[in-house]
Write a new protein. Structure first.
Length: 158
């Protein structure tokens, strides 16, 4: 990938969901195409550097949403409540952010994950999916939460 000197990828939560995750789930192209698809849970976090564009200790990936967050050497455990993500202009809920930490056995590590997903489509999208089913199959319908947007960073937690 050829990016200009000084390029930094530092999006807000809203930008991640609206301009990347939503487009990806809708099968629309994302520009610039800087975030790779990776079956994230086949890798331990220390194996991720070099698999994505990133600086220092942060990497971004698209991954399939799964209940099993287990790797070969540990697992990702949830850290509290999910956070809704709202647009700054209309205050519409556009995503959900979940924090997870990586465990080796019973020991919590310093690896932190921010998992971004689209809101549950069971209520609001069920009406639109009925309308969409009448529409042409070539229309860009969102793939209901098949993708999670993942941000990994090494934290200085002790």
């Amino acid at each position: 990938m050829n990016l200009p000197p000084g390029f930094r990828f530092f999006p807000t939560d809203e930008e991640l969901v609206v301009h990347f995750l939503h487009r990806k789930a809708s099968l629309l192209p994302c520009h610039p195409d800087v975030i790779p698809d990776l079956d994230l849970y086949h890798y331990d976090p220390w194996d991720l550097p070099g698999k994505a564009l990133g600086e220092g200790r942060q990497w971004y990936f698209y991954s399939r949403k799964t209940q099993e967050r287990v790797t070969s050497n540990g697992y990702w455990g949830s850290m509290g409540m999910d956070e809704p993500i709202y647009t700054s202009s209309t205050h519409k809920k556009v995503g959900i952010k979940k924090y997870l930490t990586f465990y080796l056995g019973d020991s919590q590590t310093n690896w932190i994950m921010q998992e971004y997903s689209l809101p549950d489509s069971s209520s609001s999208s069920s009406r639109s999916s009925k309308r969409s089913s009448r529409a042409s199959s070539s229309s860009h319908k969102p793939v209901s939460t098949l993708f999670c947007f993942i941000s990994l960073k090494l934290s200085a937690l002790t």
